[in-house]
Write a protein that binds this ligand. Structure first.
Ligand SMILES: [Zn+2]
Length: 182
């Protein structure tokens, strides 16, 4: 097969520009058209690039995979109280670390207000438990160079400030049972 054979169909495929005799066409050089018989078919460029994930990385350390969950901390003060929540995507380690920190804060400070005692603190604890299960189900994160995940810290029940929760809880149980037994 000569280079002439390859050129013929391309010349026909040229586009005629009206009003001129000029028919532009491009003929690839012979060395480009003649491949060895046993050559592998060329690999398309788009299959060489690694697959790109559109999933955003961890908000703190950039690692993947991530889970989307709401982590909450509540502080109660008599008739008032305020909640703080984090909803950004987090990796397993940053997620568990944040759940531990915010659950500890909630257990320590959440019970000191009326609404916190009855509503906000139990809801925050339930939400954090659900978030914890989501983060735990993730595969260990692949670290991103130059960025550090949050320090995991101790489990919640090994942090002494958590047991501050017992003071208002016991008080509430005593109060409710004294009303009920009156
Ligand atoms: Zn992270």
């Amino acid at each position: 097969m000569s280079a002439q054979d390859h050129q013929q169909p391309r010349r026909d495929a040229g586009v005629h520009i009206p009003g001129t005799d000029y028919v532009p066409h491009y003929t690839p050089p012979a060395w480009y058209q003649q491949r060895p018989q046993d050559a592998e078919p060329p690999i398309p460029w788009h299959s060489v690039a690694p697959p790109r994930s559109l999933e955003p990385g961890c908000h703190v350390c950039g690692a993947r995979p991530v889970a989307h969950a709401e982590v909450r901390a509540h502080t109660g003060l008599l008739f008032f109280g305020w909640s703080r929540s984090v909803g950004e995507p987090l990796c397993r380690q940053c997620g568990i670390s944040l759940v531990r920190t915010m659950t500890t804060q909630t257990l320590c400070r959440g019970w000191w207000g009326l609404l916190g005692l009855l509503f906000h603190t139990p809801v925050a604890l339930a939400e954090n438990a659900a978030a914890y299960r989501k983060y735990r189900a993730l595969a260990p994160p692949t670290p991103v160079p130059g960025r550090r995940p949050l320090h995991l810290g101790k489990p919640v029940l090994r942090r002494p400030q958590v047991y501050v929760a017992l003071v208002p809880l016991i008080w509430a149980i005593v109060l409710i049972s004294s009303i009920a037994l009156r």
